[in-house]
Design a protein around this ligand. Structure first.
Ligand SMILES: Nc1ncnc2c1ncn2[C@@H]1O[C@H](COP(=O)(O)OP(=O)(O)O)[C@@H](O)[C@H]1O
Ligand SMILES: [Mg+2]
Length: 243
């Protein structure tokens, strides 16, 4: 379980102070797919980056399984970070490295590289035949699959997804969502998915928080029926395009 308890974050740049988050309270259950929705600048990425300790709260506590992340030593923070994967809107791949090497990177950094592990995760994301290619030879959807495979290689308990489909077109976005859902179902990974698209959040998540100017406006549950509706309307649109 991940909890935000009265979390505020103020960035200081020069003489300017930016209140990125203000008194945020949230509870994200283990194995859940939790959505964060909000306009650009509302504090979504800041919120995500606090979960993997890339940002520290100015006030309040972020806890994972009851442990206040601020109380961890630097080494414990590094250890925690290994249990948390992250994927990005712009994929953040190394463009001078092959698909295989991009995915192997976290293993190499941890000193436990095994080619078979890379191949296993490649098969899971459906890219077994792209191993020797370079990112520039891939479609956007395929690049995001590489990003996902790189995040999965260390078997994270938590996966942070920052606008995972915002750079993708309709079909590719839909396929990536299906893959995220499969990861949740197969591995029980807790996922926090950030987006500015309500439709995406409704299709993927079981609960979501609306962020505006750094404040949580509301938290709402998403029922299966509204997810089915979304899927149906998506397929209707696809069918219409085919006609
Ligand atoms: N490192 C930083 N230094 C100063 N201001 C920042 C920094 N990161 C983000 N901000 C500001 O904090 C606010 C929230 O940013 P962010 O969390 O990136 O929002 P979102 O992901 O929803 O677009 C914005 O006003 C942004 O300009
Ligand atoms: Mg952002």
């Amino acid at each position: 379980m991940i909890t935000f308890e009265n979390v505020s974050k103020t960035y200081t740049s020069g003489s300017d102070q930016v209140a990125a988050l203000t008194e945020v309270n949230l509870t994200i259950a283990a194995r859940d797919i939790f959505g964060i929705i909000g306009e650009s600048g509302s504090g979504k990425s800041t919120l995500l980056r606090m979960i993997n300790t890339l940002e520290q709260p100015t006030q309040g506590q972020v806890k994972i399984d009851g442990v206040d992340l601020k109380q961890l030593t630097k080494q414990q923070q590094r250890q925690k970070r290994k249990e948390i994967g992250m994927i990005f809107q712009q994929f953040n791949l190394l463009y001078n490295q092959t698909v295989h090497e991009n995915i192997a990177l976290p293993l190499r950094l941890a000193g436990n590289y095994e080619a078979a592990k890379v191949q296993e995760v490649l098969a899971f994301v459906g890219l077994q035949n792209k191993e020797r290619q370079y990112p520039k030879q891939l479609s956007g959807g395929e690049k995001q699959r590489v990003g996902i495979a790189r995040a999965l290689i260390t078997q994270p308990k938590i996966l942070l997804c920052d606008e995972p489909t915002s750079a993708l077109d309709g079909q590719n976005a839909h396929d990536i969502m299906k893959l995220l859902r499969k990861i949740n179902q197969v591995f029980g990974t807790t996922m926090i998915v950030v987006s500015h698209e309500l439709s995406l959040i409704k299709q993927l998540c079981s609960k979501a928080a609306v962020l505006e100017n750094g404040k949580v406006l509301e938290v709402f549950a998403i029922t299966n029926s509204s997810q089915e509706e979304q899927y149906n309307s998506y397929y209707e649109r696809v069918q219409e395009n085919l006609r």
